[in-house]
Design a protein around this ligand. Structure first.
Ligand code: SF4
Ligand code: SF4
Length: 82
């Protein structure tokens, strides 16, 4: 999963583009719910939020490093639950 750092300027661009609705406004800046972020695996070739973010503040969440296979499993779980 990816994460949003405190460099986020709350530009609102990424939130509507997340295919998993993993992005929401936090207390001070946007945040990513790691259990919903597949790094866009299953939906797009590249993470949409990273593509769009004007300040490049969306790195991999070091507490939730996942392989492509794990991300694909998450995608399948999320779409099965939907
Ligand atoms: Fe959403 Fe994709 Fe960004 Fe994860 S990488 S937060 S799934 S847009
Ligand atoms: Fe923050 Fe980047 Fe999302 Fe804009 S696109 S709200 S700067 S994380």
């Amino acid at each position: 999963a990816l994460m949003i750092t405190d460099e986020c300027i709350n530009c609102d661009v990424c939130e509507p583009e997340c295919p998993n609705e993993a992005i929401s406004m936090g207390e001070e800046f946007y945040q990513i719910e790691h259990s919903k972020c597949t790094e866009c695996v299953g939906h797009f070739d590249e993470p949409q939020c990273v593509q769009l973010c004007p300040v490049a503040c969306i790195p991999v969440n070091p507490a939730h490093v996942e392989s492509r296979e794990m991300l694909m499993q998450k995608y399948l779980r999320l779409t099965a639950a939907a």
